[in-house]
Design a protein around this ligand. Structure first.
Ligand code: SAM
Length: 478
């Protein structure tokens, strides 16, 4: 008998959740041994009833129908829109349990995808703050409000359902869920959110309609400097209206008296929902923030890349430095260097650091950051790393790198970039990864080319989400 002979779509099954699975799903087995992938806000140890969505040849796909007995790992989520907003998928489990499952995620990927057994993954380095840790949050404005079940019947919402400022409902490019307080954002960001909403509603600002590509107010992007307790408010609109922006400035300054801030207006006519404007107007202050990481100082503009959890970024970078084990005379490459933060950390401890990155504005920021910090032994090159090999002859002027740090985007390294890295045969490779599966895939190749995976240190940059950053140190054995 196959599973298809036993189960039907829509049928309810009862099971205990045994493990986490890909794509924020969980896994469990039925009494007869059949495996079930379950969607929903679940915790390992929950006893649930789940509705079958698909019967696959070897397992079932199901969705949570009812929580029968809660897991001991469960805690009360602090956020009233938890479960609807896609931002914090793990807010209902204790922080200790989150760390445990993040470590397991890394260990499982290394074993099952990377074929690397007996790797001692270190306990996850916890974040110093579990809430209000984000230094950048981006809210969207929409003419279509995503209504919560209890709001659907509220007549008072008739008017305000045509305006929402918050986060996109998961998988919905059009509808936005109103957010009053985001528990990952800094308190001053929540103040700016509510002040902006009040201004927009009072002035009757037309919210952006994604499908029709009409409307004025598109996004509210907020950044925060820990060093100066200063906020950057970046209001993204479809066109520029100077008088209105001046009124917005006065409104924010009045509503948020005593808060240090700078205000910019990015204007974009593009269809996509990215907050990068085609033109930027500085409305108040100088339009940039200053932030410190370790001994280094950075200037951050509205559109530059910067690690989102400032304090934990320092811990991450300290971990990289420890694994890199630099000597005074070393040459080190920093692949996918963004605005050069890691490169500059490295440069302080070696003879020459070289940062490589594809985005031109990031390379310009990186060179400026080097100058502002008085660092002369850091060089930056703009390159798509799949073409890394074409740059190698130019880089020979610095000498061979003993250490290479690589911090690729979620997709991991391009095979040609990895091939070039391995051809350079550095003694040490420090791989910084935001995706354990791709770390395992690339790690497998690195190990096959004569390296030993010596240390794996996961770092929690994003509490209450399932994301985990990992540092992996590979040393050449031949
Ligand atoms: C995870 S971020 C690393 C940022 C930086 N290391 C830091 O700590 O701030 C990945 C970086 O890779 C860059 N990138 C993405 N694809 C690339 C490519 N094909 N070649 C070079 N850089 C790329 C992105 O622009 C981004 O800055």
């Amino acid at each position: 008998m196959t599973l298809r002979d036993i189960y039907r779509k829509g049928e309810l099954v009862e099971l205990t959740i045994a493990d986490i699975a890909e794509k924020d799903q969980c896994f469990g087995t039925l009494d007869n041994g059949a495996g079930v992938l379950v969607r929903g806000m679940l915790a390992v140890g929950d006893r649930v009833s789940a509705k079958v969505l698909k019967v696959k040849p070897r397992y079932l796909e199901a969705v949570l129908d009812e929580l029968l007995e809660p897991s001991e790992d469960r805690v009360e989520p602090v956020c009233s829109v938890f479960g609807v907003c896609g931002g914090c998928k793990w807010m209902h489990v204790s922080y200790d349990a989150q760390l445990h499952y993040k470590k397991k995620k890394v260990a499982d990927a290394l074993e099952h995808i990377g074929g690397m057994h007996d790797i001692a993954v270190q306990p996850v380095l916890p974040a110093p703050e579990a809430f209000h840790y984000r230094n950048k949050v981006e809210f969207s404005c929409s003419s279509k409000r995503y209504l919560l079940p209890h709001e659907l019947s509220m007549e008072t919402l008739d008017k305000s359902k045509d305006f929402a400022l918050g986060f996109h409902a998961p998988g919905n490019f059009e509808k936005v869920l109103e957010i009053d307080t985001c528990y990952l954002a800094k308190p001053s960001m929540n103040e700016a959110l509510s002040a902006t909403r009040a201004f927009a509603l009072d002035r009757g600002l037309e919210p952006y309609a994604a499908r029709a590509h009409t409307g004025f107010l598109r996004n509210l992007m907020l950044r925060y400097s820990e060093e100066h307790d200063e906020l950057m408010v970046n209001i993204v609109t479809s066109w520029y209206d100077r008088e209105l922006m001046e009124a917005y400035r006065d409104h924010l300054l009045e509503r948020m008296k005593g808060r240090r801030m700078t205000i910019v207006n990015n204007v974009t006519t593009r269809k996509n929902t990215v907050s990068t404007g085609e033109k930027e107007y500085v409305v108040y202050g100088d339009g940039t923030l200053r932030e410190r990481l370790g001994d280094l100082h950075f200037r951050i503009s509205a559109n530059s890349f910067f690690q989102t959890n400032t304090r934990q970024a320092e811990a991450l970078y300290e971990g990289i430095m420890r694994m890199a084990g630099l000597k005074q005379d070393d040459v080190v490459y920093d692949l996918y260097c963004g605005t050069g933060t890691i490169t500059l950390y490295l440069a302080e401890r070696c003879r020459q650091a070289v940062g490589l990155e594809v985005v031109e504005s990031s390379i310009i920021d990186a060179a400026e950051n080097a100058g502002a910090n008085g660092i002369e032994n850091a060089a930056f090159y703009q390159v798509d790393l799949k073409d890394f090999h074409t740059l190698v002859p130019t880089l020979e002027q610095y000498g061979m790198p003993r250490v290479i740090v690589t911090d690729p985007p979620r997709a991991g390294m391009h095979p040609k970039a990895l091939e070039t890295l391995l051809r350079l045969q550095p003694e040490t490779i420090v791989y910084v990864s935001c995706n354990p599966a791709n770390l395992a895939r690339d790690g497998k190749e690195i190990v096959q080319q004569g390296y030993r995976l010596e240390e794996v240190q996961p770092v929690d940059m994003f509490p209450h989400t399932s994301h985990v950053e990992t540092l992996a140190c590979f040393r050449r054995t031949v």
